[in-house]
Design a binder for this molecule. Structure first.
Ligand SMILES: O=c1[nH]cc([C@@H]2O[C@H](COP(=O)(O)OP(=O)(O)OP(=O)(O)O)[C@@H](O)[C@H]2O)c(=O)[nH]1
Length: 601
């Protein structure tokens, strides 16, 4: 068997998995591979119409994911990996390519198209080998392949479909199901590699490594071209493109000009810089359109022209037209087919920007506009003085427009921001681990209970107590879901001062990053005092990479923190261990927050 010797060939090399998928990480970790995770920033937006066969789309996406990380790491992380692995999983049925559903309706559309039928799951995999030369230039070689597995679904009743969708499991999975978990119940048969369906064809991958590392004579690399196709028959295996791309930084530069004094700048670099320079404009356009409830309006009355929108939102026609066109360019609105002057929402806006969408971020966007935006406009002072600008911003607000706002209203707005963020992240956090053995949970700082409701939904045997400040608990009724769940109860108190409710599981979602070290230890000590051996502590935050090189969402968040700090999973693990909690699992959920489950020793 070639598997183990092949994996061991990678020992001592810097192997990077360019994927945020927790399943890929688990498959490779279980195979004994040691690697770093650097999720790719490549956006999965290749035009599917350009590919003759669906697997070509998956392979190309995998290549772009891996290449983006391989190119970024020497600059961003100041180290060159030896090998970068990227992958992309798609489902195909009736000539359609299904990726991850954007919302429940999309999951419903996907799952009902799979009901009672056989479909194919393709995972494209790209392996980029990086060779740093003496002059610090890097040569890249690419090996790409795909694997196909056929899966047949049973006939799914509407009840079963919706129960499955409401479990939250479909959302981050290609085709809207997870064969390794609840989704396994939908499957009649699997022909082919099971792990390929879960997201990574381990066997095929090992065979490729075997070719690369044990049959290197057939892996002769042309050193001349910038991109060269390697067509050595010996090197080809089934479903394998074995395209070797050699890109060396100097050559790239020569082609497009980077780093050379007298030629034109590199197009990709220029695009990236423009994206950064214009980022704030895009954010403010989104905030403004949300503030004027443009997405609600276009949802209720699709196909309005700029003048009608202006009339409805009580704004100028010229300004509204500019705003709508900017939203079109950002992929938030679009022109109605064949009627250029009429506007409607894109699916993205329908899913996340309508104020009443199940995963609406409307409240959080308002929080970004009203609280974070002013803080970031004082960033120079914050960096210069090294202190939070919250007080300065608060005083300024009191003097200006918000003097008309009662403190009650400001609190409600804050809670609305936290509520909408929690609704989008809660299912991913609640389903990150098997929590069935915990019957009672306490969500510390659980605000409106949005997270708690998702926990009771995902774990029917669990009841959750939300513990938060009296002022928050008093106002949470504004946010109660229509069919509020009796298994969620609310207790008012200050978790830094008062005794905590007893529970089998304590949930800390987006709490610790905001506390000073001193407060953090007070809180962890109190949890440790309340928790019996075997009790769980579920921590949900944005976890920084160990080298603090990313993700940038976490590092950017740190710029506006009042007193806390951003930490890596390893840093949190050490903090928890000091209070007697041993970390059992860690997951990148693929959503906006990651999760770590620790157990009281
Ligand atoms: O049965 C299962 N089928 C698929 C999955 C998971 O689905 C996703 C597929 O998405 P993609 O390939 O785009 O990968 P991402 O999660 O976005 O991570 P990257 O950072 O690599 O783009 C994948 O996570 C599969 O594991 C499943 O779990 N079960």
């Amino acid at each position: 068997m070639v598997l183990n010797p092949v994996i061991s060939k990678l020992a001592g090399k810097l192997v990077v998995l360019a994927s945020a998928s927790p399943r890929r990480q688990e498959i490779l970790r279980n195979a004994g591979l040691r690697f770093e995770v650097v999720p790719s920033w490549f956006k999965e937006t290749l035009d599917k119409g350009l590919f003759k066969a669906p697997y070509e789309y998956a392979v190309e996406t995998a290549k772009q994911k891996a290449l983006e990380v391989a190119r970024r790491m020497p600059f961003k992380h100041l180290k060159t990996p030896d090998i970068v692995i990227g992958a992309d999983t798609i489902v195909t049925v009736n000539s359609m390519i299904l990726e991850k559903p954007v919302d429940k309706q999309d999951a419903y559309r996907m799952l009902s198209s799979l009901s009672g039928k056989e479909h194919s799951v393709f995972t494209g995999v790209a392996i980029v080998l990086c060779h740093e030369k003496d002059n610090q230039e890097v040569d890249y070689q690419m090996i790409a392949f795909y694997e196909e597995t056929k899966v047949k679904f049973a006939d799914l009743s509407e009840d079963m479909l919706w129960e499955y969708i409401n479990s939250g499991e479909p959302m981050d999975k290609a085709g809207g199901y997870g064969i390794q978990a609840l989704g396994g119940m939908l499957v009649e048969y699997v022909h082919g590699d099971f792990l390929n369906v879960v997201g990574f064809p381990l066997n095929h991958f090992c065979k490729q490594l075997d070719i690369i590392y044990n049959h290197s004579s057939s892996f002769a690399v042309e050193k001349k071209g910038i991109m060269s196709k390697h067509n050595d028959g010996e090197f080809k295996s089934q479903n394998c493109e074995n395209v070797i791309i050699q890109l060396n930084r100097q050559q790239e530069g020569e082609q497009s000009g980077t780093g050379t004094r007298d030629s034109k700048p590199n197009k990709q670099d220029l695009e990236r810089i423009c994206e950064l320079m214009d980022g704030f404009k895009a954010s403010k356009a989104l905030f403004t359109a949300s503030r004027f409830c443009v997405f609600d309006l276009l949802h209720n009355k699709p196909g309005l022209d700029a003048a009608r929108v202006a009339e409805e939102i009580k704004a100028s026609v010229k300004g509204t037209e500019c705003l709508l066109e900017a939203c079109v360019s950002l992929g938030l609105s679009r022109h109605k087919k064949k009627e250029e002057s009429l506007f409607e929402n894109t699916d993205l806006a329908t899913s996340f920007l309508r104020s009443d969408a199940p995963f609406s971020l409307h409240g959080y966007i308002r929080h970004c506009n009203e609280t974070l935006w002013p803080l970031f406009s004082h960033l120079e002072s914050a960096v210069h003085e090294g202190v939070s600008q919250h007080e300065k911003v608060k005083r300024h607000k009191e003097r200006c427009q918000d003097s008309v706002c009662s403190s009650q209203e400001l609190k409600l707005r804050f809670m609305s921001g936290m509520h909408s963020f929690a609704k989008v992240t809660a299912a991913a956090v609640a389903t990150a681990f098997d929590l069935s053995r915990f019957k009672t949970a306490c969500d510390l700082g659980g605000c409106t209970g949005a997270m708690a409701y998702e926990f009771t939904k995902a774990h029917p045997g669990m009841s959750v107590t939300v513990f938060d400040l009296p002022a928050v608990i008093e106002m949470r009724e504004h946010f109660l879901p229509a069919n509020s769940d009796k298994k969620v109860s609310f207790v008012a108190g200050d978790f830094l001062k008062e005794d905590l409710p007893k529970a089998d599981l304590y949930i800390l979602a987006r709490v610790l990053h905001d506390l000073t070290d001193e407060k953090l230890h007070i809180l962890l000590r109190k949890i440790a005092e309340s928790a019996s051996p075997g009790c769980g502590l579920l921590l949900s935050e944005i976890f920084l990479d160990d080298d603090r090189g990313g993700p940038s969402r976490g590092l950017l968040q740190a710029l506006s923190l009042s007193e806390g700090k951003q930490r890596s999973a390893s840093e949190y693990r050490l903090l928890l261990e000091r209070h007697g909690f041993i970390t059992a699992h860690f997951r990148h959920t693929g959503n906006l927050l990651d999760a770590m489950l620790s157990v009281k020793a």
